[in-house]
Write a protein that binds this ligand. Structure first.
Ligand SMILES: NC(=O)c1ccc[n+]([C@@H]2O[C@H](COP(=O)([O-])OP(=O)(O)OC[C@H]3O[C@@H](n4cnc5c(N)ncnc54)[C@H](OP(=O)(O)O)[C@@H]3O)[C@@H](O)[C@H]2O)c1
Length: 271
């Protein structure tokens, strides 16, 4: 039982493979009851790798969610599916709302877009939460990478002309819980952090958080800004993919914590 009073079952790939067309249905039959909620954060997230492993990306990001959506629909469970700002491409300069037309630039974004459309079509009581630039105490994330590189004394060159909405996984989890507890209408929502930053600004904010906590005060962090065009990559990434969460805020969702607070929290857990 979680602190919030939910009985939580955490699943791994070994419990069932999302790309197996019958696995989700079999698992659902054994485990799901009407009113249960399935949160799908599983995905093929290697944005570069997706360009060459197209079938694998579509199997996990597009087909997998459709199998899960059908299984949830059949068992009366609700599906909370996590999607991404990478469904958007060029041409944005203000936080993007749910009304904006997606235009993914690569296989990862295209496959995630197909997945979210399947969920909205097949799981009629489900939600799609698009989020962005996740960071948190578990697993790899950009602020952790920056912090570790800085502590290792590496010189840091970070892209300063791509902008997004860094989002704390802890804050996103609170919003998912709020969605379940508040009876949020099914549908598509943007659920991202309140600030718009470049990768360079996020790196600098992370190191500032470390300094504010008294770590490495004698070191002044030097982060060299570089344009995305100087970063070798197979993938064209959106230059601006910050998401507006106004729709959820208008539904009474409590604002996420300020980025600096979440970064200080993260840094204190890492160091
Ligand atoms: N990270 C971000 O900045 C970001 C931004 C926007 C949206 N998102 C979305 O947020 C969600 C979580 O992202 P993340 O960064 O936490 O991803 P992640 O660290 O790559 O984790 C993805 C998980 O999916 C599992 N998985 C992959 N293929 C599977 C399969 N065939 N069957 C069952 N499980 C499978 C992986 O299992 P293994 O460990 O066994 O491989 C892994 O546990 C995704 O939907 C992603 O699109 C992420």
């Amino acid at each position: 039982m979680s602190k919030a009073g939910f009985a939580v079952l955490s699943l791994r790939r070994t419990d069932f493979d999302l790309t197996d067309p019958t696995a989700a249905a079999e698992w659902a039959l054994d485990h799901l009851r009407p009113g249960d909620v399935v949160i799908n954060a599983a995905a093929y997230t290697d944005v570069e790798g997706a360009e060459t492993n197209v079938d694998a990306a579509f199997a996990v990001n597009a087909l997998g969610p459709s199998y899960l959506a059908q299984a949830c629909q059949a068992s009366g469970a609700r599906l909370m599916h996590i999607s991404t700002d990478f469904v958007f491409g060029h041409g944005h300069s203000r936080p993007i709302s749910e009304e904006a037309a997606p235009s993914p630039l690569g296989v990862y974004g295209e496959s995630k877009l197909q997945g979210e459309r399947s969920v909205l079509q097949l799981a009629t009581s489900g939600w799609v939460f698009r989020t962005a630039w996740l960071f948190g105490p578990h697993g790899k994330c950009f602020p952790r990478t920056i912090l570790q590189a800085w502590l290792a004394g590496k010189s840091l060159r970070v892209v300063d002309d791509q902008f997004g909405s860094p989002t704390s996984t802890l804050e996103l989890a609170k919003w998912i819980r709020h969605a379940l507890e508040s009876g949020l209408e099914p549908g598509l929502y943007h659920a991202a952090g309140p600030e718009v930053l470049s990768w360079h600004e996020l790196a600098s904010a992370t190191l500032r958080a470390a300094q504010e906590l008294g770590h490495g005060l004698d070191l002044s962090p030097e982060v060299t800004p570089v344009p995305a065009s100087e970063w070798p990559s197979q993938v064209t990434r959106p230059m601006y993919s910050a998401l507006s969460s106004d729709r959820l805020l208008a539904q009474g969702f409590p604002p996420m914590r300020a980025l600096g607070d979440s970064l200080r929290d993260l840094v204190s857990k890492i160091l």
